[in-house]
Design a binder for this molecule. Structure first.
Ligand SMILES: [Zn+2]
Length: 414
């Protein structure tokens, strides 16, 4: 008899317990969706890149003090099928859509039915939030593209630009010009277009509407910070650094009472890793790219100070160059390093997390987990689930009064 009773009661008890647990979680706000989500990606920035830059800087970076940290696996569908590392398109697609695709594919189901996979940008737009993309690469490059656009092949930059401007309607686009995203198309779509630091600063802290910043016209993206520091490239005399683009994007996006999603990418860490040889420029460009990335993180953390409504994830899409630190040469001196390749590697990358939902980042996660961490159900959704479970439990309680015995969901006695 006891066994019989416990078997019949177990589902109802479990439902009630689940509803109660969810109600507690809801009350504590532990699973409440963050108002704002900021995803920062050092393209190609593996552990070795962070270590090399830390030795130059002489102390740990602010992001290394994140309360929640993990390693992340970076394989694409291609990696799993035939080996080799992911590219930035498949890696960003995994983070944005939660799906592994073939290398070079931008948020489209390949393998699969070639349908468009919902991006983080689109999900956040559907929740009424503003969306921003900031990068030191050209804006139509694969990493920002997979956050808010779709293309069978990443080189379809005009289609990516059209998705940004006319489909997803990304609110803030700041990065390198060239490669498919033209000022004229932005103006035609109602964007305010700026092309240098002065133009960006002239906008102040409130955007008049959607903003498109096209900084420079190099097909490779914006210059290396190292080259500017060495006096060999004057680009940043007039172009905004990553941390300046970051601060401007935050000041525009935080006007939205519904919150925002902002992706910020440093591309220089990848471009340096793709170079060959072991000359000083390669590690110099890499270290200075990480240093500038850290300045952008600090700008975000300064903006977040005193707030508890923003999730910040700092990570990489993959490692580039197989960088290993061999020796510390002291503060202000580049460390001695080795590079094992001019390509990407399959090495795990770091993830640093701050704010609500950050506790979901621990141990070893996969790149496809980033989407679910970033889009934790909104509070209303959790409340509905809790009410639904409680309702199911209540229905179970009333069941004995139902006559006929044909109820399909009624648990059978053993
Ligand atoms: Zn790369």
């Amino acid at each position: 008899m006891l066994g019989f009773r416990s078997v019949r009661r177990a589902p109802r008890a479990r439902l009630l317990a689940a509803a109660a647990a969810l109600a507690i979680v809801l009350a504590e706000g532990a699973l409440a969706a963050p108002q704002n989500v900021i995803l920062m990606i050092g393209d190609g920035m593996g552990f070795g890149h962070v270590e090399a830059a830390r030795l130059y800087a002489g102390s740990p970076f602010a992001f290394e003090g994140a309360p929640h940290q993990a390693q992340m696996t970076t394989d694409s569908y291609t990696s799993q099928q035939i080996g080799g590392p992911t590219d930035s398109a498949a890696a960003a697609t995994a983070m944005s859509t939660g799906r592994k695709v073939h290398n070079t594919v931008v948020s489209v189901a390949v393998p699969g039915d070639v349908s468009e996979l919902e991006t983080l940008g689109e999900t956040m737009k559907a929740r009424g939030k503003s969306v921003g993309l900031v990068t030191t690469s050209y804006l139509t490059d694969a990493t920002p593209a997979a956050m808010a656009a779709h293309a069978l092949i990443r080189i379809q930059t005009e289609a990516i630009a059209d998705d940004y401007l006319n489909d997803t309607r990304v609110d803030v686009l700041l990065g390198g010009g060239a490669n498919g995203l033209m000022a004229g198309a932005g103006l035609a779509a109602g964007y305010t277009v700026v092309s240098d630091r002065a133009g960006l600063e002239a906008l102040g802290t409130s955007a008049p509407g959607p903003v498109l910043g096209l900084f420079g016209d190099s097909s490779e993206g914006m210059p290396f910070e190292w080259d500017h520091a060495r006096g060999t490239d004057p680009g940043y005399d007039t172009l905004p650094f990553l941390h300046e683009m970051t601060s401007s994007a935050l000041s525009f996006l935080d006007d939205d009472p519904d919150g925002f999603f902002l992706m910020i990418e440093q591309e220089g860490t990848d471009r340096a890793g793709h170079q060959s040889g072991s000359g000083i420029d390669r590690i110099g460009r890499d270290v200075f790219a990480v240093l500038e990335f850290d300045r952008a993180v600090e700008a975000v953390l300064a903006w977040m100070a005193g707030r508890d409504d923003t999730l910040l994830l700092v990570t990489a899409d993959h490692e580039t160059g197989g960088l290993e630190v061999l020796g510390d040469n002291g503060v202000g001196f580049l460390p001695t390093v080795s590079w094992s390749t001019s390509d990407h590697t399959r090495t795990n990358v770091p993830v640093y997390a701050f704010g609500p939902s950050a506790e979901l980042v621990s141990g070893v996660i996969d790149n496809t987990d980033i989407r679910s961490i970033a889009i934790v159900p909104e509070p209303g959704t959790i409340l509905l689930v809790a009410v639904g479970l409680a309702g199911l439990a209540a229905r179970g309680r009333g069941r004995p009064r139902i006559s006929g015995g044909t109820e399909p969901s009624r648990p059978r006695a053993p």
